[in-house]
Design a protein around this ligand. Sequence first.
Ligand SMILES: Nc1ncnc2c1ncn2[C@@H]1O[C@H](COP(=O)(O)OP(=O)(O)OP(=O)(O)O)[C@@H](O)[C@H]1O
Ligand SMILES: [Mg+2]
Length: 249
Amino acid sequence: MANFLEIKNISKFFTIGKGQVLALENIHFEMASGELICLLGPSGCGKTTLLRIIAGLEKQASGQILLHGKVITTTGPERGMIFQEPRLFPWLTLEENVGFGIKGRYEKKRLQRIVEELLEIVGLSNFAKAWPNQLSGGMAQRAAIARALAADPLILLLDEPFAALDAQTRTKLQTDFLNLWKSTHKTCIHVTHDIDEALILGQRIIVMESSPGRIREIISVPFPYPRCPDDPDFLALKKELRDSFISTM
Ligand SMILES: Nc1ncnc2c1ncn2[C@@H]1O[C@H](COP(=O)(O)OP(=O)(O)OP(=O)(O)O)[C@@H](O)[C@H]1O
Ligand SMILES: [Mg+2]
């Protein structure tokens, strides 16, 4: 079902001083349900702006976002966003953070069970009572993923969620994220400026360029999971992507 999510001719201006920045120009692509796409592009090419528009946090100047053929204009529980920084509430414990958005929806016992399940999924069962400042960066980002999953969204919008982590933690979270994606069948748009990450995660990679922010090319990654970064085919595609990426800057 290719028209699960349709991003149709999205353009976006920002006014800065007396001038205008064309942050996005005519962004157009479609996603099938359950697909995992990486959005790859240099700083300032409009990746965050595009995610925010899809999330309904920002209004486009022109174009439409359609979900199941229906136009989306605001935020909605079927779309969950995960930011580069975890944005946990420091005055709530981990379990309270994860359950925060769905608190009014279930009675206490059921809510507790859902939160327990989510903490289990992201490997934080032993930290339910921890405060955010007692977590490592990777753990905090896992918690942010659990919180986004709480509303059981169809679509996860991830804005460079692993960018601030050290290489080892990033690799671990990439693997865990792939397992999560496979078991939950969420449709994911994962923003990254890391070519390796895009190649490890994406079924397709949308390469963007800046000034104005637009799509340069869309690449289908032909390798099965788990991807092997030492594989000659992986390295060949990486080189191709790197050449394309460098010319976007
Ligand atoms: N709220 C805003 N007001 C004015 N201009 C903005 C605003 N948000 C983004 N922009 C501009 O839009 C363009 C795209 O910004 P955006 O943050 O979407 O890029 P990005 O690809 O996410 O970059 P990065 O990789 O650094 O996060 C930039 O030129 C930026 O200056
Ligand atoms: Mg950004």
